[in-house]
Design a protein around this ligand. Sequence first.
Ligand code: GLU
Length: 510
Amino acid sequence: MPLNRFRREYMGAPSRMTKPIRVRIAPSPTGFLHVGTARTALFNYLYAKGHEGQFILRIEDTDLERSQPIYTQNIFDSLKALGLQWDEGPDVGGPYAPYAQSERLPLYKQWAETLIERGHAYYCYHTQAELDAEREKAQAEKRAFIYNGACFDAKCREELAAKPADDGVVRKPSLRFHIPKDRGALVFKDQVRGEVSFDTALLGDFVIMKSDGTPSYNFAVVVDDMLMQITHVIRGEDHISNTPRQILLYEALQAPQPEFAHVGMILAPDRTKLSKRHGAVAVSDYMKDGYLPEAFCNFIALLGWSPPDGEEIGTLSHFASQFELERITHSPAIFEKDKLNFINGKLIRTMSLEHLLAVARPYLHDFDLHQYSEAQLHQILDAVREPVTVLSELPDAVNYFFGQNVMLDAALVGEVLTGPEPAQVLQQFKQDFLASADFSSPDALALQVKAFANGLKPIKMKTIMWIIRAAVTGRTHGADLSKTLHILGKETVAHRVDTALVLTTGSFTP
Ligand code: GLU
C-alpha cells in the first residue's frame, strides 16, 4: 500500500486542525516552459495529488519587459499537454485571485506600507549608478558587495533625496528591507537538504519594491505565498539563497512560514547546466518531436526522485500515491535522453493501438488516411512500432504502406535489385508465388514465403527476402515481411514487383 495512503488509513485522516496542503508552481513567462520548471511543476502536482491538496499556478510576470503573453500561453499549453492541470490559476480563477502578479500590484504596495509602518522597510535614495560604482569598488578590493544600509538612517535619506543624481534627474527611491545587525544566523529546515544556515550579515538590506513601483521577486513571492496560503514551497535549488530573505519577510509580515523543499538541479550529461546547447529545453519542443506526455512526465519524475517501490515506469496517479518529499534528492539529476527515449519507445510499443493511432494522426497528415479503415491503420502501426522511439519517426516508418507505388531509388536498385539473381527471384515470385498465394493472414504468408524461398535454392533465404523486401517497400529494412505483404495486399504487391522487374530486367514481361 502506498505510504501516504497507509498514513491516511491507519494513522487517521488529516485532522481538521491540519492545514490542507497547498502548493504552487510560479513560472515567469520570459521563455517557453523549461524542462526544469516542468519537473518542479510535476513534483508539486504529485505532492498535491497524493495528499488531497491543491495545485496552484501563479504567473510571475512583474518583469514587464521580459514577460510576454506568448510565453504565458506556452506555459498553459505545455502544463496541460503534460496533464498537470492546476486547481487554481489565472485562467480558472480561485479564492485568491488574481493569479498573475502583474494584476496584484496594489497588494504588494499595501504590504510594503505595512512593513514601513512596522519599521521593517525604508526608502533608499541611492541611484543604480552609485550602487554599481560601490559594487565595482568592492570587486576591485576582492570583497563581496553588500549594501551598507546607509539609507536606514533618516539623515542620509533626507540628504540624498534633496541631491539630484549625477545625470541631474530627481532620485526615485526603491524600498529596502531592513535586516537588524544583530539578527545573526538564520537556520531553517529544508525538507530535502535538512538544516540550512545563512549568516544574515551577508545578505544586506535588500530591495523589496523597485524604484519603478514594481515588487522584487523575493517580496512578491512571499506576499503571494502568504496570501494564497501556500503550505509547501517546492522549487529548484537555485532559489535556496533567496529563502533566508523570504523567511525574514515572513517574520516581518507576521505570517506563518511554509515548509521549504529545494530540489537538486537538472544537469546535462557533461554535468553543466542543462541548456539549448545540449538540445531542446522547452517542453513544447519535446511534445512536437513526438514524446508522449505520459512518458515525458515519467522521465522527469525520476529526475531527482525515485518511487519507494522501485518501479520506475508508472502512471502519474501511481507516482502521486507514493510521492513524499523525503525521497527527493539534493544531488543533481542528469538529463539522460537515452532514458527518455527508452521510456517513450516502450510506451509506443505497449500502448493500445487505438491510443497510438490517436496520438499518431497529427504526424501522419501527409498521408490520405481516409482511404484506410481504422483496422488497417492499426495493422500498419502495429507492424512498424517496434523500433520507433518518437512519434515524429512515424511518417518515415509508415510511408511505404500508402499508395500503389513505392520509390525505388538508384542506390537501392544498384545494391539489391541489379543483376540476374534479383531478376530471377522477382520473376519467380511473380509467377510461382503471387499467382496462387493466400494473402489472408501474415502467418499463412510467412509459411508460403518460406516454402517459396526453399524452392529457389541455392539462393540464400536471406537474399531472397532482401530482394522481395526491396522491391515491395523500397527499403532494405522495415516491418516484418509477411505482415507487410499482408497489409499491402496482393494487388499492390504485384504492381510493385512489376515495377521492380522493369528495373532489374530492363523490360516488362506480363
Ligand atoms: N518565478 C520564479 C521562477 O520562475 C519562482 C520561484 C519560486 O518558486 O519561488 O523561478
